[in-house]
Each structure stands twice: as C-alpha cells, then as structure tokens.
Design a protein around this ligand. Structure first.
Ligand code: PLP
Length: 393
C-alpha cells in the first residue's frame, strides 16, 4: 500500500526542505543512488566494449535497465533509446527525420521550449510550423490540431502535460487525428511518465520523449526516446558503438538501439534509472497519480481562495500548480518561501515563454508535486503564501 510518509526515509533531503519543484527534476531515492554506487564501487567498466568480466557485468546491468524501462513504458526493448534528457530526445527526432522545404509541423502554444525550438529551427530548411493555441486553461482541443493539419504536415509535436498550466491534453486522440491525416506524432511526456498511468500502445505515437530524472525517479542526465519504428529517423550522432562494419569508404550501422547511442553512454545514470522505474512500479503509478493530483488540486483550490492570489490552469489538473501573488514578482515570492520556510518552488517563465504570454503575466510561481510530498506541505505552502499576500501587498 503506497504511503508517502513511508518512502520519505529514502529521500534524506526532505528532512530539511519542502521540495515542491518536482516538475523541474525529482529527488532521487536511496536505492537509485545505491545502484549507481554499486556500479562505481563494484564493477565499473565500459558498456558493450570488452570481453572481460567487468565489461560484461556493466553491459548486462545497462541492458537490464533498458528492459526495465521498456517494460515500464509498455514498449519494446529495441525501441527504447537512452538519451541525456527529454530535450535531446526531441532534438534527435528533429535532426533525424528527412525534411524538405514545404514540409509542415504542427505544434502548440503550451510547449516547453524543448518541444518548440527544434521545430522553429527547421524553418531554416523551409519547413513551415503552425502553433496551435490552447483553451484558456491550457488544454489543447484536438479539433484545433485537426484544423491546423495540411496536406504537407509531416509531424504533430505535442506535450502530454503542460509544465506551465498543469493541463493534460488528449494525446491519444491527437495522435489518432495525426495518423488519420497521414502524419506522424511526437509526444513530450516530460510531465506525465511516472506521474500518470497511460498506455503507450494506446497512445500509439511515433515518438515519445521521456525524462529519466522526473517521474521515473532516475538521476539527472538520463532520458529516453521511444521510437515506434526504429527506421523512422537517422541517428544524430555516429561513432563508437553504432556500427558493426567500417571501411574507408563507408560503414554499416548496427540495429537499434545500438545505432542511436554513440560513444560511452551515461552508464551509472542508466543503471540508476533502471532501479528508479522498479521503485516507481513498486509504489504503483495509479496510486502516485491519485496522491500527487490530490495534493495539486487541494493546493490550487486553497490558494485560489486567498485574496490577491491568482491560480492558473484547469481545476482538474496534473501535479503542477502555477500561481501569482498580485503585485509581487514571482521570483520574490519564491525567495521568501525559501528564506522563511525552506519551501522550494520554481519561479519565472519555466522555459515556456509562449505559454506565459498566454497568461499575460511576466512569470509565475510554480508548486509541483512528487510521490514523496505530504498534505502538511500543502498546508505550509498555503499558509505561507497567505501570509505573504496579506503582509506584503
Ligand atoms: N518538456 C516539458 C513539458 C518539460 O516540463 C521539460 C522540463 O521541465 C522539458 C520538456 C525538458 O526536459 P529535460 O530537462 O529532461 O530536457
């Protein structure tokens, strides 16, 4: 039975701090750190490059992590590519597809810069980009995506959960619209994997970009690119580990996943990530979702009842609560929360300037939740924001 108080022993930093910034990156549980220490202390070597026992043991642990992550996502081993983060995964798709002038990409106003800039850069190649506007609460209406698709549309790139609004878009419906119109779809699952239960096969997207360091509780510097069809993109990087035959005239690439992971990968990170998904699986994603969303919706409701506090996003939301104290700069509010109560929240534009512009503000304070947060932490946040709003405005 999932009990957030019980798992807090695995996150020593939470003894001292109220960590409400899990949308940026989550805290790392002890078993993940232990798995990485085990690698460093007991068998560290390179991956896939040697016959000696340490190289074999390293390779086995790394590939076991791939199995674990693939299974966690509901996908296949060969289609699960390790990357550094969500951003790298998305860029690998932007750089790996064959683009021609006149091709068209549909994306939205609620994207993190990581799922916007790689498409905007394609304009240099003559690719056109349409940016769909969401409903006022940040939710994308699938019909608006449908209307934006043209004969030239090659890809629809959309976030599952907005890191600014906490809104959830129907990526299954949007992917089916994309496919019906003969285009591919990419889902940015940075704020959903590990936080929400969903079925990758039902979403059926062509590409899913996933962080290792958020809902899957792996370490920073890890991410995943899930490819439905491993031949759909060309590898971005080439070099060691990607080929099985080379002459001066050319080379023959390995099959996936090897051809997509050039050079020495983040071996300890991937091994930690493998342990992270086991940890999350044991807690149960459905229970995590219920817990985190319960905290977020409670926080949003109570903050919105405070005079001079404005909360954004839908009532039914993911684990992200953006707000402002009217008359105060969001960074000042974040600093006061930290200085007075050691409450760590994010403030600013959250790497999503177009979303912030939709709210017609300069930035927001953002409280975001993880499996380890407690209702008492919501109480402390709400009480402290109320004090700030009543004494400083
Ligand atoms: N997409 C969304 C929706 C995000 O919230 C974030 C980061 O917060 C990213 C992409 C970028 O993630 P990463 O830091 O793993 O590259």
């Amino acid at each position: 039975m999932f009990d957030p108080s019980d798992i807090r022993k695995d996150f020593p930093v939470l003894k001292e701090y109220v960590y409400l910034d899990s949308a940026a990156t989550t805290q790392t549980p002890r078993p993940v750190v232990d798995a990485m220490c085990d690698y460093f202390y007991n068998y560290a070597a390179n991956h896939g490059r040697g016959a000696h026992r340490l190289a074999r043991e390293t390779t086995n642990h790394y590939e076991d992590a791939r199995e674990a992550v693939a299974e966690f996502l509901g996908g296949d081993y060969e289609h699960t590519i390790f990357t550094r983060n969500t951003t790298e995964s998305i860029n690998m798709v932007a750089l790996g597809l064959d683009w021609e002038a006149g091709d068209h990409v549909v994306t939205t106003h609620v994207e993190h810069h990581s799922n916007l800039l790689p498409w905007l850069r394609l304009k240099e190649k003559g690719v056109e980009v349409t940016v769909v506007t969401p409903d006022p609460d940040g939710t994308i209406n699938p019909n608006d995506v449908d209307s934006a698709i043209t004969e030239q549309t090659k890809l629809v790139a959309i976030t599952h959960v907005s890191n600014v609004f906490g809104s959830v878009s129907d990526v299954e419906e949007i992917t089916s619209i994309a496919h019906r119109n003969g285009c591919m779809s990419l889902v940015d699952a940075a704020q959903s994997v590990g936080h929400m239960s969903f079925d990758l096969n039902k979403i059926d997207c062509d590409f899913m970009a996933v962080p290792g360091h958020k809902g899957m509780l792996g370490p920073q510097g890890t991410g995943v690119l899930y490819l439905k069809d491993t031949d759909s993109i060309k590898p971005t990087y080439l070099g060691g580990g990607t080929v099985y035959a080379v002459t001066e005239d050319g080379y023959k690439l390995e099959d996936a996943p090897g051809c997509f992971e050039a050079g020495t990968p983040n071996i300890p990170g991937v091994i930690g990530l493998g342990r992270g998904v086991e940890y999350v699986k044991a807690l149960g994603v459905e229970d995590i979702q219920q817990h985190e969303e319960g905290l977020a919706m409670d926080a949003a409701r109570r903050l919105s009842e405070i005079d001079k506090v404005e909360v954004y996003g839908p009532m039914k939301r993911a684990a992200v609560v953006p707000f402002n104290v009217i008359g105060l700069n969001p960074h000042d509010v974040a600093m006061i929360l930290d200085e007075t109560k050691k409450i760590c929240v994010r403030s600013g534009h959250h790497c999503a300037i177009p979303s912030i512009k939709l709210l017609k503000v300069e930035g927001t304070v953002r409280a975001s939740f993880g499996a380890y947060n407690l209702p008492e932490e919501v109480d402390l946040l709400v009480d402290t924001v109320e004090q700030i709003a009543t004494t400083l405005t």
